[in-house]
Ligand binder design. Structure first.
Ligand code: ZN
Length: 248
């Protein structure tokens, strides 16, 4: 098999032996890949040390025709996202973005626009730890991820009857099973749902910018976490860390 060169962001690294790791990477042109990085835990390797989440650079890898794991042969690091580690809330949000990316992307299914959106989100996150900004960057990325993988929720009209949600000042509901908002008239017919304030719905459908509605930022993120929990069939691992940092 020929070697493939690409730009990659590490989503996860799991120790495989004293010296090696199995890493999950998001590559820009080839999508998500899982690869064996032989010798990556040695101080001197073709990977410049162990591969941790947020590691970024040019990679060379050889896909395996039989094994699920590719072989990573090189990582030339480009220094990025180094300030993320200095902001706990932002770092947790970044790890949450990586976790969801790994969960919702398929191997060798490229999404260059999603790759660029994730890199941009991490760049925004490393600029600071202010709660509303961190949550707004995270939510923007989460909605982009859902749209990129083809399951964008319906957030501007009632998913059941098509009523424009801006016409109702009342509380609305979000149903994960219905994949969208429900108006007060339709919600009694749906068992799986979560109440949302009208202001929160406006933030989620982007008719009001996140930073103009600081009081509903955490409510909106909780609604998305409910949705991701339903989609995954379990709570995302980073959920409790993110919400502990954002209790308002
Ligand atoms: Zn309706």
């Amino acid at each position: 098999m020929t070697k493939i060169k690409d730009t990659a962001l590490a989503l996860r690294g799991v120790n495989y032996s004293e010296t090696s790791q199995v890493v999950t990477l998001l590559t820009r042109e080839h999508g998500k890949i899982a690869a064996m990085a032989k010798g990556s835990r040695r101080p001197k390797s073709a990977f410049e040390g162990a591969i941790e989440p947020f590691a970024f650079g040019q990679v060379m890898f050889i896909p395996s025709p039989t094994d699920k794991l590719a072989t990573l042969t090189e990582l030339v690091r480009i220094p990025r996202f180094r300030l993320l580690h200095t902001h706990l809330r932002a770092m947790y949000a970044g790890l949450f973005a990586l976790e969801l990316t790994e969960a919702f992307c398929q191997e060798y299914d490229p999404h260059p626009a999603l790759f660029d959106a994730l890199v941009a989100a991490l760049e925004h996150l490393e600029q600071g730890d202010q709660e509303v900004r961190v949550l707004s960057v995270l939510m923007d990325y989460q909605l982009t991820l859902l749209a990129e993988v083809g399951i964008a929720p319906v957030l501007d009209v009632c998913v059941n009857c098509g009523l424009a949600v801006t016409t109702t000042p009342k509380d609305l509901y979000f149903s994960s099973a219905a994949n969208g908002l429900l108006c007060p008239g339709c919600e009694p017919s749906f068992a799986d749902k979560r109440r949302l304030s009208a202001a929160c719905a406006a933030v989620l459908n982007r008719s009001v910018p996140f930073d103009k509605a600081p009081t509903v930022a955490a409510e909106a993120e909780r609604a998305l976490i409910y949705h991701f929990t339903e989609l995954l069939g379990r709570p995302p691992k980073m959920e409790k860390y993110v919400m502990e940092q954002n209790r308002t």
